[in-house]
Ligand binder design. Sequence first.
Ligand code: 3UK
Length: 519
Amino acid sequence: MTTAADLGVPEVFNAAAWFVDRHVEEGRAAAVAIECGDERVTYGDLHERVNRVASALIARGIRPGDRVVLLLLDSPVFACAFFGAIKAGAVPVPVNTLWKADDYRYVLEDSAARVLIVSAELWPEVERIPLDALPAVQHVFVAGRDGSSRATGFDALMAEGRPSCAATAVRHDAPAFWLYSSGSTGRPKGCVHLQHDMVVCAELYAKRVLGITADDRCFSVAKLFFAYGLGNALYFPLAVGATSILWPSSPSAAHVIDVAARHRPTLFFSVPTGYAMLLAHDGPVDFSSVRLAVSAGEALPPAVYERFRARFGIDILDGIGSTEALHIFIANGPGAIRPGSSGRLVPGYEARIVDDEDRPVLDGEVGNLWVAGDSTCASYWNQPEKTARTLDGAWLRTGDKYWRDEDGYYWYAGRTDDMLKVGGQWVSPVEVENAVVEHPDVLECAVVAREDADGLTKPAAHVVLRPGTPPTDALAADLQRFVRERIAAHKRPRWVTFHETLPKTATGKLQRFRLRSDA
Ligand code: 3UK
């Protein structure tokens, strides 16, 4: 495992100094850090704004370790608030902008945040939070409009600050930011990430796998509140002095196509559903500027990879990451792609696949994936039992089933709780889904366990058809025949149901559990 120290991170290390100040010190103040619509933010501008936020927070009495909840759309304000808080030694906590007031109340309470910074567009949901019942929240700022009796304008906060500000001296293994990770059950858990974690991901994955340089232009369909988007569109480009393309609106295919045509990204990041939506979109798409595309969040079906490659001539590099690990730790690399696999270990990380007694399994056998790396979170805030169940020294139990082939490629086989046992044998829903999605009439598919008349578990397929394809019994039968021709007979779906959409989390992850008959 490569440690932050191996990468040259010193004992005393504030991440904001490395990701922001360093560029100004090294003469890159005039380079563009962020493009957002018609706005251009240079590294010099970013440095000054981060200083203003940091000094204003310190002047208002914010102390090292205090939490600052960010409820922000993707925009330069996000970058300034995130690194401004870190520079002051405080701990930004970006939260999902699609959540509801009750979720925000939970996070504000759980984190005991002293500061809340909100985009004007998201203010109506904040109005529903009983802030009076949250005495820890002492400072509320609203970005994108003037202040009011309930909130100070973010511009006013920056005006309170000073254009220069020294980074608060903190240790490299001090908390830097938290990200809430939602499980299939229970409230989300705050993953406590350290000052050096972003450096580790930028060095090991963005630089060494993607080969990111200052000439790159990063565009992420996944938003910044998601650990995946935070790397893609914030600390990856800022690690090397590259440009981030941010845009605040929703990730519809039409928006993505428009932003790509206008801003000409070289590195494009999305989730499998995003790629499927682009392929289903009629009309011209200009991706000629893109040198590499990345997919994560869930397994990329080989059929989507092949169609995208055939249509745009661009390789999609699938890789697995998690909020706990911060970013991608197993990945396909340029020129080393096995469609359908998550790729090989990112050098610097270690992995183990073990059985339920924690004994290593042989190559080719499915087991539980553990990963070790110096970017993994230190703990779940205030959750000692969940921390102990998930983190074991340097090791993180991912909750994923994987197998490894003899060439070291890792193949996703579902979540711990998604795997099906059929006739005593494991069936990976992903393998069945990939087979169904190869059918030309299919856009997306989710396979879940259903009990047959004998009470035995069998796979059921929930299918979204391509626009304009009528859902008929004949097509359902054809899909079953199609799958049977491709994979072992016991894996074939015994039922095929058609849907307009599939249930997904706010970050685009398929929620198979919601399709189960017992759900
Ligand atoms: C699943 C994948 C198969 C897997 C993430 C890149 O997704 C991210 O973080 P989350 O905490 O979810 C983690 C879980 O999602 N998963 C992610 N990628 C893949 N399954 N193939 C993949 N390529 O179950 C994992 O445990 O939301 C992704 C970077 C940072 C991230 N946080």
